[in-house]
Ligand binder design. Sequence first.
Ligand code: ZN
Ligand code: ZN
Ligand code: ZN
Length: 141
Amino acid sequence: MISMMLNEIFERHNLRLTKPRQQVFDILRNSDVPLTVGDIAKNCKNINRASIYRTLLMFDNLNIINTITIGWKNYYELAEPFIPHHHHLYCINCQNAEPIQSQELEKLIDLIGKKHNFIVTKHHFELEGICEKCRHIIENK
Ligand SMILES: [Zn+2]
Ligand SMILES: [Zn+2]
Ligand SMILES: [Zn+2]
């Protein structure tokens, strides 16, 4: 099902779904957390980093992935319709990115767009901080 969707997107744009492109997609698909280019490179040593970057850029333009910027680092993960829309609570201590879904947030973004007569096509929202698990560790020190 998911592979079919990917094929369709590539066909619609007259692009070839090459093996390396499929490979980068599969790595993202099999991950529960957003990945850096380094994480992806570790899992596909046959593809050089420049090609991975180009593939990610292409995926981003095709709305196949979301690029999440936390601090100075870019993380990548599949976008809708491959996975449900969500945001992250990023822990600066353990570097875990906890997915969150918030109707309040989505409603607010919609409202802000309308208020400014602005058609919102994409939005980014990430929270950085200390997760519950790490807070306990820090407090007990
Ligand atoms: Zn943590
Ligand atoms: Zn995520
Ligand atoms: Zn959102």
